[in-house]
Ligand binder design. Structure first.
Ligand code: GLY
Ligand code: MN
Ligand code: MN
Length: 354
């Protein structure tokens, strides 16, 4: 209920009378329901998880502190009744999540004067992780570390990217993961120049870089890590690029701390990569927050003015991508502290030649 109290404080400060939460991750965060469908209604007078009959038992099992109501007809009829009984004038919705059609149905049917979107504010509720959340992310990341250790003993020339991805997935799922945080990326040779390549039937060849980006879910919380290894021996250029990415990551991990903005954090690694002449080859941001969802706010990017706080848990994932040749990315998950970070990823980062 402490999380719901924080949300209430946030909406009442903005003179909002009620909130209708639709984002499944926010619903899970606020009341524990992990079914992924339904609406959580929150006002001064009531907190109610509205679900259809498929989810009634599930929701009752998970939402111990919150009333659960089964809705057989239209959600907006029930929500409309609540708003009327609560004398609500202004309702908050999540504009980043509601579809246009859902919004239109609410607009036409809900008896309030104003509806405002507060997605950004709601997302910010989840930004600082508590000790329990951090321990779940750490556990998920530890499964990733183990999976990396395992895959190093499996990789050989002739294996396809799809086989590498499948092996990582199998390992994580059979060692405690309930799901993947996102489909495994395994990109070799020239394919590694695409940051989010889809694993293909390409076979690993001697001299390839192989980038593996993977993560899993443990008790709802996501992990995320990337390692790039060489099949065989690295060439001079490969080594130079790898060492630049590693130095950029080490520099960022050394400098990150509470009080910096996301943009300042991004710049710590970007400076290193630019100084080495690869500024144009690092197209994405330095990182993103992780939690119940794989990509949360705040980001570590040139556009992020949010100030980092102790407990925010972010990826640090610089990369250099050279079209037609190869790419390198190294990614850890770090918890922001007052005076630095705590790294949750423990796999070796020295250049591994297999
Ligand atoms: N592949 C997802 C990420 O690293 O952000
Ligand atoms: Mn990743
Ligand atoms: Mn990531």
């Amino acid at each position: 209920m402490e999380r719901i109290s924080r949300l209430k404080e946030l909406i009442f400060r903005k003179n909002i009378d009620a909130a209708v939460i639709s984002d499944p991750y926010n619903i899970r965060y606020l009341c524990g329901f992990s079914g992924g469908e339904g609406y959580l209604y929150i006002s001064d007078k009531r907190v109610c998880m509205l679900v259809d009959p498929r989810y009634t038992l599930w929701a009752k099992d998970e939402c111990k502190d919150v009333q659960v109501m089964t809705v057989q007809g239209n959600y907006h009829d029930v929500i409309g009744e609540f708003l009327k009984e609560d004398n609500a004038v202004t309702a908050a919705l999540e504009g980043n999540h509601l579809t246009y059609n859902e919004f239109r149905a609410f607009k036409e049917n809900l008896p309030v004067r104003d509806m405002i979107s507060v997605s950004r504010e709601f997302d910010s509720l989840r930004a600082v992780k508590d000790e329990y959340e951090i321990s779940m992310i750490a556990k998920a990341e530890a499964i990733g570390d183990e999976a990396f250790d395992h895959i190093l003993g499996v990789i050989k020339t002739g294996m396809t990217e799809k086989e590498v991805a499948m092996e990582l997935e199998m390992y994580m799922r059979s060692h405690g993961a309930e799901a993947l945080s996102f489909p495994v990326i395994a990109a070799s040779g020239p394919n590694s120049a695409s940051p989010h390549a889809v694993p293909s039937d390409r076979k690993l060849e001697y001299g390839d870089f192989l980038t593996m980006d993977f993560g899993c879910v443990y008790n709802g919380y996501c992990s995320d890590m990337t390692r790039t290894v060489v099949i065989g021996k690295a060439g001079t250029n490969q080594r130079k690029v790898y060492e630049t990415v590693l130095l950029a990551q080490d520099t960022a991990l050394e400098k990150l701390k509470a009080g910096m903005t996301g943009a300042e954090a991004d710049m710590t690694a970007r400076e290193v990569i630019s100084r080495a002449g690869y500024g144009d080859n690092f197209g994405h941001g330095l990182g993103h927050s992780v939690g119940l969802y794989i990509h949360e706010s705040p980001r570590l990017s040139r556009l992020e003015d949010t100030v980092l706080k102790e407990g925010m848990t972010v990826t640090v994932e610089p990369g250099i991508y050279i079209d037609g040749m190869f790419g390198v990315r190294i990614e850890d998950v770090a918890v922001i502290k007052e005076d630095g970070i705590r790294n949750l990823t423990h796999s070796d980062k020295r250049l591994i030649e297999l």
